[in-house]
Structures are given as C-alpha cells and as structure tokens.
Design a binder for this molecule. Structure first.
Ligand SMILES: *Cc1c(COP(=O)(O)O)cnc(C)c1O
Length: 468
C-alpha cells in the first residue's frame, strides 16, 4: 500500500514513513493511493469475531508487508487489552434502532485512546526497527494531551513533552496528565493560552537545528494511522447490527473531522452506510458546509463540548481531495485561497457526489443540556456533552426508523462532571481505576511563554539522544 499527499507535490510513501512523517512535506495529508475493498462475503466473514480480530483484518491491508502480521496482532492485543471493557467498544440500545457505541473505556476516558494506544505502539515498533529515537512535543487544550501521554509512557524510543495553558484546562484533564508517573513523560504548564502553546510547538518545529538535534516529532490529529485505527469500530458496529445485509447509519460529534472521516473510509471499503451524520456545537462551520457547500471562518466560541471548539477541521482536507477528484494541484490552490480569504466554496461539478454522503445538525449549549437531561430521564443513562450532540444529531437527521443508527459516545460522562450535573442533577463518578485521581501526586513544570525557556527545559530533561 502506497500513500499520496492531498497536495500532490510530496513523494508517495509506505505505511511506516507516513506514520513517522505525520504531515506531508508539501503541507498536505497522506491518504491511501487506493481504498482496499471488502466484498459482502468478506464483510459477512467478520461476524462473530472479536474486536481484535476485526481490527487486524480491517487494518492489515493499510499496513501491507511493512509490519509482520504477528507483530501487528501483538500491538492490537496490547492496545485493546488495556481497555476496561471486554467488548472494547460496547454498544447499548437507547431506543428503537438507536444504539450508543461507547468509545471511552480506554485509559483516559475519551475515544482518542482507541487510535492513540495503537499509534504509540506502532511508533515504538518502527523506531526500534530503525534504531531511532524521537522527542515528541505537543500542545493540548484537553483530551489529546492525556491520551498521547498514556500512549507514549514508558516507551523506550520516545520522550514526550506536553504543553498546556496554565489554569485553563479542567482539573480532571490536568490531573490525567500530571499524575502519570513515568520517566519519559514531561508536563509543562505555560503561562499563556492554548494558542501560545501551539505557537511554541510551531516555533520549535521551525528551529531546524533544534528539531534535528532532538529528532522532534508530533502525534497530531492528521496522522493517517489514527484514522486507520478508527475505521475498525465502524466495521465492528456495522457487522454487529447486520451488515452487509442491512444499511447502517452513524452519527458522530465532530471537531477535526478525524473520527467521522474514518466512517467515510469504511464506506469506501465496501460497507453500505447511510449518510454519515455530523454533530456540531455552536462552532458549526462543518454543519454549515454540508448544508451549503460553503465554509466561512469566524472566531471560535467556547462551549460545553470543548473538544469540538474548532474552526478549520484539519482532516476535512482528506475528503476535499476526493471532492477535487484527487487533483492535488487544484486542491492546493483552493486551500491557499481558503487561508487567504477565509472562505471556501465546493466545486459545483462534484459537490453533488459528496453532499449526498453526509447530513449535519448543530446544537447550542442549552440544547446540549436538554439532550443530556432528556436521555437521563428516559433511559437513566448519563452522557457527556459531546456524545449528547451526536445523539441529538442522530434523531434530527436520520432518514428512517427502519435502519439501525449508531451514535458514537466519545467521552465518559465523568470527564465533564459539571455539565452532567447541571443537566441531570447527578455528579458522575470516575471509574474505579481513576477513583483516587484527586489524591495522586502531580508532576509538572511551570514555564513562561518563551521558546528559549521551553527548549532549555527539553534539552536538559530528555533521556534520548538521536543516535541511541
Ligand atoms: C476529539 C474529540 C471529539 C472530536 O473528534 P474529531 O475526530 O476531532 O472530529 C469529539 N468528542 C470528544 C470527547 C473528543 O475528545
């Protein structure tokens, strides 16, 4: 399997190079040159298999010969063995033909664990094989930071530094990062905003001498391997509910468009899916795009679902690549113009083809609280604000009640206890393994918003030297 850049001007690469590169050199995102296909019979053969077995069969064609099958299987077993539910991503029935798939049973209680647990292992495996080590530096406003730290902790080839804006992440989120007791994990609270943290990371990437000296890397949401690992639960849910002999729907609370793009990939691989439903909060640029074919950037407003407080969804470029009939040059021009003008209009010739594959609904904060309260009253279930938006969008956009529809639950309710309590009167409890989170000692450094200070800290604390 070869991967090509959405901007058409970077070399085609194999799976491992794409994994380690993240972003392509021309600023584009890597996508498979062709989509591996499953026949209806191939899909039927997934029935009754464990999540781990489905994961192997779905992902193996994307990896190709670059990783031994036994190694890939061992990494899959390791990744999903740490999930706290035997089914890994269990499904619960909420209503006639409406299902909730819980993607939050991993170590940090958000769906990002599903992909990052595997990516951490894939990274370590690739580095060991090449005899290399990396220093990962990231910035987080919440969920990604803890999921990345948990995925990289204790891995021989990796040191990881995570910057967060001091005093501006929730206490649960901060503690999930700062209580990780591992010699290769470093938390830094920056005196500044999330944007300041991101700018510091960018500045370090642009300092080529520094970047080369520490073999700097990132685990960000545009990494292809994260999308690949997410395709698995669409396949598992579809098969459990009767695919390929029934058409299955999905509703997904969306921010960077990584999760729902994996649903699009499942469709390209041969799963018969109803139009994928995009759930958005008040930052509804994605929802408006699928209704009008146009995007206009405006400011980001804070909401009860902070992981979706995003303007430009980075993974959308992978869908736009298909919208431009995989013409990277034309897409590169369109993306440059988008950056300059803040507006984007889908090309008319191909919009009809993509438009029919998605539906969208947005929900503001009062609506989100109502949706959480209503579900609690009718089923007794507590859900987090992101998942509530997905459930609302499923009800608002589903085409019929005969086909099953799966709403993806992306975070455990205890990750957002204030919103859950406001909506239902009940304060959700952390699961047993995190019950003492508030008593565990925290480890973090506090640094000014100054790139030299952060670089000095990284250089004096990392364990790794480029050459071993
Ligand atoms: C990251 C995140 C999302 C958004 O997922 P994307 O892949 O960025 O669209 C939704 N809900 C939660 C809880 C998240 O952490």
């Amino acid at each position: 399997m070869r991967y090509i850049s959405t901007r058409g001007a970077a070399p085609a690469l194999g799976f491992t190079d794409v994994l380690l590169a993240g972003l392509a050199r021309d600023g584009g995102l890597y996508v498979p040159e062709t989509w591996p296909k499953l026949t209806p019979d191939g899909i039927r053969k997934l029935r009754g298999l464990s999540y781990e077995e489905i994961a192997f069969r779905i992902m193996q064609p994307f990896v190709g010969a670059e990783i031994e099958n036994a190694d890939l299987q061992a990494m899959i077993a390791g990744s999903y063995g740490v999930f706290r539910h035997q089914a890994v991503v269990p499904m619960k029935q909420l209503d006639d033909n409406l299902w909730l798939m819980e993607l939050f049973h991993g170590p940090t209680l958000a769906f990002k664990d599903v992909a990052l647990q595997l990516v951490g292992r894939l990274y370590d495996h690739a580095l060991a094989k090449r005899g290399e080590r990396v220093t990962i530096i990231g910035a987080t406003s919440g969920d990604t930071g803890s999921a990345a730290l948990e995925a990289c902790r204790d891995r021989a080839g990796i040191d990881i530094f995570m910057l967060h804006p001091k005093g501006r992440v929730s206490e649960v989120q901060r503690r999930q990062m700062t209580t990780i007791d591992s010699a290769n994990v470093f938390n830094i609270a920056i005196d500044g905003s999330f944007d300041d943290c991101q700018d510091l990371v960018k500045a370090m990437f642009n300092d080529h001498a520094f970047r080369d000296r520490i073999n700097m890397s990132a685990v960000n949401s545009i990494n292809w391997a994260r999308v690949m690992a997410q395709v698995v639960y669409y396949a598992a849910a579809a098969v459990a509910l009767g695919a390929p002999d029934r058409r299955i729907g999905f509703s997904v609370p969306s921010g960077n468009f990584g999760n729902i793009f994996a649903g699009y990939v499942a469709r390209q691989m041969g799963f018969d899916l109803a139009p994928l439903i995009v759930g958005a909060n008040r930052n509804d640029i994605l929802a408006r795009f699928f209704k009008t074919g146009r995007m206009e950037i405006s400011g980001v407003e804070p909401s009860l679902s902070p992981s979706m407080d995003i303007q430009v969804s980075s993974n959308l470029e992978r869908l736009l690549f298909d919208l431009y009939d995989r013409d990277g040059k034309r897409l590169a021009e369109a993306m440059t113009a988008f950056r300059q003008t803040g507006t984007f209009a889908a090309p008319k010739e191909s919009w009809g083809r993509i438009e029919g594959l998605f539906r969208a609904a947005a929900l503001d904060d009062p609506g989100t609280l109502r949706a959480m309260g209503e579900l609690y009253r009718t089923t007794g279930d507590l859900i987090d604000p992101h998942s509530a938006i997905g459930i609302h969008a499923a009800a608002a956009c589903r085409a019929d009640r005969e086909s099953p529809i799966v709403a993806l639950a992306t975070a455990h309710p205890a990750k957002f206890p204030d919103a859950v309590e406001k909506a239902t009167g009940i304060r959700p409890r952390l699961p047993e393994f995190l019950a003492d989170l508030y008593e565990r000692p925290e480890r973090m450094a506090g640094l000014p918003n100054d790139v030299r200070a952060v670089q000095d800290y990284v250089l004096s604390h990392r364990r790794n030297d480029r050459n071993g």
